[in-house]
Design a protein around this ligand. Structure first.
Ligand code: ADP
Ligand code: MG
Length: 255
């Protein structure tokens, strides 16, 4: 499959995310060490690297689930600080999809999608419902709208999680290994949803080892090891001719 991805170049100029000299420590351990990363509007970045290299921590810092200890993170012009007003306004702009879906088990699929737009964006119930159904339709799961998460397959739950994030109309979507908890037959349906989102021009940072997805969608692959960005490049170059020994060794293990 070959797709034409993303927005035209002119729209890609303004960065949605700027990460500068980012440091994150857990006690004396530096999980992130001098990370620099800029994500342009409409850009799709695939973040990969060995387990423990800091991928989730980076994604979590960008979403301010973790506080950073040094450096700067600027989301759509707003620097992440400890001020709650900033955190909340930034969180609205950043959609997050986790490995473990994290749907609210006591809410139906459609209610899962309606909650944040009503509470945070101030939509009325009917407005939130319409938007939720529209996005559930987009991920082809609107026929399950009144079920509870436990009654859906993993792939269906993950598509609901994507729809739920989209209901906030985020400027960027962050994915942290969205397919690694899924049975193999369900990986495809989730990746297809993500490819579709990419085609529509969404700005995306995806932690994934799905190389087919990376080759099809990524503008840039960023490879991390031990808390640092070690190498980055376009997917064809990165996968076929990695420059560093660490990337070579990592790729030899996942292929
Ligand atoms: P990845 O997602 O690349 O597998 P993580 O970002 O989850 O890596 O973790 C990076 C490093 O930070 C690992 O060594 C991990 O053990 C450590 N780490 C992550 N979260 C915490 C935490 N809450 N407390 C202490 N150490 C943590
Ligand atoms: Mg992780």
């Amino acid at each position: 499959m070959l797709y034409e991805i993303g927005a035209p170049p002119a729209e890609r100029s303004s960065p949605i995310v700027v990460v500068e000299s980012l440091v994150k420590r857990f006690g004396s351990f530096a999980a992130l060490n001098d990370i620099n990363l800029t994500v342009a509007k409409g850009e799709k970045i695939v973040l990969c690297g060995p387990s423990g290299s800091g991928k989730s921590t980076l994604i979590r810092c960008i979403n301010h689930i973790e506080k950073h200890d040094g450096g700067r993170i600027v989301i759509d012009g707003i620097e992440l600080t400890d001020r709650m007003a900033d955190i909340n306004s930034v969180r609205c702009e950043v959609g997050m999809v986790f490995q473990s879906f994290n749907l609210f088990p006591h809410l139906s699929v459609v209610e899962n999608c309606m909650l944040a737009p009503m509470k945070v964006r101030g939509l009325s119930r009917p407005e939130a419902h319409d938007r939720a159904i529209g996005l559930l339709r987009k991920v082809r799961i609107h026929d399950q709208a009144n079920k509870y998460p436990a009654h859906l397959s993993g792939g269906q739950q993950q598509r609901v999680a994507i729809a739920r994030a989209l209901c906030m109309q985020p400027k960027i979507m962050l994915f942290d290994e969205p397919t690694s908890a899924l049975d193999p037959e369900m990986v495809k349906e989730v990746l297809e949803t993500m490819v579709e989102l990419a085609r529509e021009g969404m700005t995306m940072v995806c932690v994934t080892h799905e190389m087919g997805f990376a080759r099809e969608v990524a503008d840039r692959v960023v490879f991390m090891d031990r808390g640092s960005i070690v190498e980055e490049g376009d997917p064809d170059t990165f996968f076929s001719a990695p420059r560093t020994e660490r990337a070579k060794s990592f790729l030899s293990q996942i292929v």
